[in-house]
Design a protein around this ligand. Structure first.
Ligand code: NAX
Length: 327
């Protein structure tokens, strides 16, 4: 039996946490032979900590063979201690009438603190995956605090957008989901992100020629993927949770599987028209478990360049809002 790995999860008693923890404990994220210790971190609020206690009781009641321990805490320095993976889901939601700049600043404080603590106490091989919104910029903020851990350990999740795009293409073409490959998300996890349909394939053929409807690809397809989160809130009365948790399982699973090709948001070095040092969704190939290289060489047409410019501008604007915090 392998030694257990420590997986820290913030916002563990929230919606996504509730849909996620059972899948980590069952082996879906790290594989059926990898034991885990869950280090669950919640806000120091009585109601949240009580809810966390209930979640931990349910985890116990599942009798998962791979689950070797549960830590419950509101102290991040306890929760991130020796963690091999830090899954940052907890964030402040946007309240009524709240400006985007205020949301960025309030979350900035959380992610500055968590970035510092992770850098101080997490395991030497620690990897960080950010889900809490605005995920890309929160990830950049957390990474900005790290002196020990390199920036490529910090990734933000765009996998839910990738999964949404894959399903939309399969449904439009009337093919099985698994026939769709190489659909990657560029940019911000927000309605501006760009699902680069021109590089996707369906049964090995260019998706654009199989679907043969450029107006749909440029219009309704991009719009449906971009606004899917809002459509789910309108239908369910709550934001995406199970699909977000599933996407995080996929994000981490792909990152620990050498050879996997997928989209994650990583620190830009100027590729594909993104400003250096914003965290942007890109195609990557996992090299060794937890490490990746950005896939280069995809050609962008004028439509793609314009979409990337828009999502890049949003990322640059978000960075400007928090620039004074991360100096
Ligand atoms: P919930 O409000 O259900 O849960 C969030 C939990 O985080 C709460 O239990 C809260 O007490 C806790 N929390 C707040 N501040 C904390 C802190 N400093 N330390 C530890 N815990 C803290 O939200 P949920 O639906 O689970 O969504 C969580 C985040 O994911 C939100 O920011 C949401 O916008 C974001 N999402 C990101 C997605 C993505 O693709 N990147 C998709 C889904 C989701 O919208």
């Amino acid at each position: 039996m392998k030694a257990p790995i420590r997986v820290a999860v913030t916002g563990a008693a929230g919606q996504i946490g509730y849909a996620l923890l059972f899948r980590i404990a069952s082996g879906a994220m790290f594989g059926p032979d990898q034991p885990v210790i869950l280090q669950l971190i919640e806000a120091p609020i009585e109601k949240a900590l009580l809810a966390l206690k209930g979640v931990a009781m349910e985890l116990d009641d599942c009798a998962f063979p791979l689950l070797k321990g549960i830590v419950q805490t509101s102290d991040a320095s306890v929760g991130f201690k020796d963690a091999n993976w830090c899954l940052l889901i907890g964030a402040k939601p946007r309240g009524p009438g709240m400006e985007r700049a205020d949301l960025l600043k309030d979350n900035g404080k959380i992610f500055i603190e968590q970035g510092k603590i992770i850098d101080a106490v997490a395991a030497a091989d620690a990897r960080v995956a950010v889900v809490g919104n605005p995920a890309n910029t929160n990830c950049m903020i957390a990474a900005s605090q790290a002196k020990r851990l390199p920036a490529d350990r910090f990734t933000a999740m765009v996998r839910l957008d990738q999964n949404r795009a894959q399903t939309q293409l399969a449904q439009k073409a009337g093919v099985d989901l698994t026939a769709v490959k190489d659909i990657f998300i560029y940019g911000n996890h927000s309605p501006t992100m760009f699902p680069a349909f021109a590089h996707a394939t369906i049964n090995g053929q260019p998706a654009a020629s199989v679907i043969n409807d450029q107006a749909w690809l440029q219009g309704p397809f991009c719009e449906t993927v971009g606004k899917r989160g809002a459509a789910i809130i309108a239908a369910r009365g709550l934001s995406s949770a199970a699909s977000a948790a599933n996407a995080l399982v996929d994000h981490v699973r792909s990152l620990v599987t050498p050879g996997a090709i997928h989209s994650i948001a990583v620190k830009s070095n100027g590729l594909y028209g993104f400003d250096a040092n914003v965290w942007a969704g890109m195609p990557v190939k996992t090299t060794t478990p937890g490490s990746y290289e950005v896939i280069t060489g995809y050609a962008m047409d004028d439509f793609a360049k314009a979409k990337i410019a828009t999502t890049n501008k949003e990322l640059v604007d978000e960075r400007a809002f928090v620039a004074d915090m991360i100096k």
